[in-house]
Design a protein around this ligand. Structure first.
Ligand SMILES: [Zn+2]
Ligand SMILES: [Zn+2]
Length: 363
């Protein structure tokens, strides 16, 4: 058996990131063996590398990281229907809890009730930053060849798909809702993908970030027809517009609080960041009065089930068609496996998304 290269951590201990020779995984019944082509790097990976969270699979001293991926099927395990070698695929991240709770057994493990779910590259299952990986074929979507490079953006897009789908569903469930405008807080990969998706829904979109107007984030925002605001220039507290929908994707606690003030009457605020503990002087009474008197909804959303991955595949194709070059430019740093360390080091300047290239394309 030939060992495969995998990028691993020892969960809970910082500075344990290393490239390791791991045994070749072999697909069991119902599983697929994947030849991983691309792995996206995000804040979750950096948090795991810092030792904030992460859990190795039972019996393993290490965890292979990577949850945003793009692969080709290498081998189909017995009983895995609908796939063949060479298929371009992306697996979802989360797997059902052992109790198989109501939501897990209904295909909504993203809404798992027990919290005992596992997640590839995060919690109890090896991730995809490995030359070969195995996963349950029931949690894998196929992609068209047009996405042979850009499909690595599918997983971050699904976070947006869920956040927006739930916001629209809630609003439609409680009134006649015809949203006109939306505010996207943050212009990282998730914020930019949200900007594109909201523009395709026909909304007037404002996206804010902490970069100057000429920066790549600003240019990408404007290329979708959205307005860009540099919060270094215009503080959020001085914004006069109020928005039907606010998507908080900065992960900043201060911005998260400000997001509530920026939602309009009957508005909805969708939170998809991870917020650090911060004891502040915010007037809690004002927060709740604002919530009640404005008929507002503030909600959080994490992870995404396979239905959002299916929707995301169609939307990636639509974004690619509607905003040519947008998705390509979003991937600013392509790092080959031989320089894997660079993929996980801090980037400055106009960096948006870093992608580790485990395979070089043949064409
Ligand atoms: Zn991620
Ligand atoms: Zn569950």
């Amino acid at each position: 058996m030939i060992p495969v290269k995998a990028i691993t951590v020892v969960p809970g201990s910082s500075n344990s990131l290393s490239l390791r020779e791991a045994p070749e995984p072999s697909p069991k019944r119902g599983e697929l063996l994947l030849r991983v082509h691309r792995v996206g790097v995000c804040g979750t990976d950096m948090d795991i590398i810092s030792g904030f969270y992460g859990e190795a699979p039972a019996g393993s001293p290490y965890l292979t990281i990577g949850h945003e991926s793009l692969s080709r099927v290498e081998r189909v395990g017995p009983g895995s229907r609908g796939f063949e070698a060479g298929d371009l695929v992306v697996p979802t991240v989360r797997r059902n809890c052992p109790e198989n709770c109501l939501n897990c057994r209904s295909g909504e493990s993203d809404m798992c009730l027990t919290g005992h779910y596992s997640e590839h590259g995060i919690k109890g299952l090896h991730g995809f930053a490995s030359e070969l990986a195995v996963t349950d074929s029931r949690f894998v979507v196929k992609l068209p060849e047009a996405l042979s490079e850009l499909g690595v953006l599918l997983e971050p897009l699904t976070i947006v798909e869920k956040g927006l789908n739930q916001a629209f569903g809630m609003q439609a469930g409680r009134m006649k809702w015809r949203p006109q405008n939306a505010l996207v807080l943050g212009a990282g990969p998730v914020g930019l993908l949200a900007t594109a998706l909201l523009r395709m829904k026909g909304l007037k979109v404002t996206t804010v970030a902490r970069k100057p107007p000429g920066s790549l984030k600003a240019r990408l925002t404007v290329s979708t027809g959205a307005a860009y605001v540099d919060v270094g220039d215009v503080p959020l507290s001085s914004m006069e517009d109020r928005f039907d929908l606010v998507l908080e994707a900065t992960g900043s606690t201060a911005v998260a609080l400000e997001a509530q003030n920026l939602s309009g009457t009957n508005g909805v605020v969708s939170y998809i960041g991870i917020y650090r503990s911060q004891v502040g002087t915010e007037d809690a009474g004002k927060v709740f009065t604002n919530l009640v008197l404005g008929n507002r909804v503030y909600f959080g959303s994490v992870n995404a089930n396979i239905s959002y991955f299916r929707k995301g595949v169609a939307d990636l194709v639509r974004i690619k068609r509607r905003f040519p070059g947008f998705l390509e430019q979003l991937i600013t740093d392509k790092v080959p496996l031989s320089r894997w360390n660079d993929a996980y080091s801090a980037k400055g300047g106009d960096s948006v998304k870093t992608v580790l290239q485990l395979q070089q394309d043949r064409h």
